[in-house]
Write a protein that binds this ligand. Sequence first.
Ligand SMILES: *Cc1c(COP(=O)(O)O)cnc(C)c1O
Length: 412
Amino acid sequence: MHKELNVSNENLSREIENYFGQGDCFLLSRGRVCLYAGLSGLALPRGTQVVMAGYTCMAVPAAVQHAGLRPVYVDIDPCTYNLNPALLADVTNQPIGAVIVQHTYGIPAAITVISEWCASREISLIEDCCHLFGTRFEGRPAGTFGAFSFMSGQWNKAFSTGLGGILLVNEPLLASRIRSNIEREAIRPSALRNAFLSAQMLAFDLLVGPVTSGLLAEVYRLLNRFGLAVGSSSQQELNGCIPEDYLGEMAPAQARRGSRELARIEQNLSHRERLTAFYERELPGIGLAPLANELSRKLPLLRYPVRVSNKRELLKKARSRGVEIGSWFETPLHPFGTRLEDYGYQLGMCPEAELASVQVINLPTHLKIDAATAEKTVRFLHKHARPVAHCKTEGSCQSGMRSLSAAGESSI
Ligand SMILES: *Cc1c(COP(=O)(O)O)cnc(C)c1O
């Protein structure tokens, strides 16, 4: 098992380093664990602030807290759904150790402005690349701009290893500290876990399609709850504790899948590019606004975000008709049910993100969505989606958030 782990994991690490043309790659059990390992390597003083957009997965601020640091939130630019660099000036009253830049939905963030801001203050830049894989902008692939970047291998991310995480470290000294931490502390997956993960990947490939995804996600959550499947978040984690086996290495079965995925990455990305362009073309004709970002037309988005005024009702209808439509992010710290205050988030901190949580649905671009399915999705939206009014008021956003939290709909 250990020999196998070494070979499969070594292979994928080298392939990824070659793909990006730089950096040291580490393969861990999940994206969040990569963030944790990277932050631990930075060795910042306890309680140091780490800035991020208040429009992310709760796994991100949780990893920051597990590393003994404090998450601080900056609102998003409503056009790109990414951290709004103009607001960084507002958080400088206390020392900041790092800024996490997430390329939401695969839309590149304002990386040049943010990295200059960080460099002039000796703040580390971290890229959250869980929504894209290797997209090039400003002349370089995403993931190569900061001290380190991390990607998620979760089922519905750009590069799936059926759960898993990829850490790309761009500074040699940091990489050697991270390497020794991992060698000392990381847990190697047991043969049983490896077998479980293999079986899950097989089941996923055979069973999950656009029509079945909603129902199967429910079954998967249930199995995970009873310890019968390896899920993204354990119960311990949802309660805010750091699980004992948090810092884990990727299993060899996942690394082998990663190598297969990497071999067909161009096919994956060009498929996503075609579907992104398709949604972009079709949305205006059915009264919905495409992305305001000109760039997006040529990007392989992970999900195409659309604002609607009847999000909850629309998602319910989509599920009952077997149309795959995503809901992330459901709150500034996805998913529903996250106790925002446990992660230092107070309602009202990021009004644009709160409004987006209430309005934005997302359309899939993955390989199981063929042209006919994408057309069906657009027809469904034409019939059932209600566009948002142009004027946005902060008041309606806040009350929207309250009524959503009051509904207490949990979909972890
Ligand atoms: C999914 C996701 C993560 C966490 O990835 P895991 O592999 O589930 O730990 C982090 N950031 C973003 C933006 C994500 O979408």
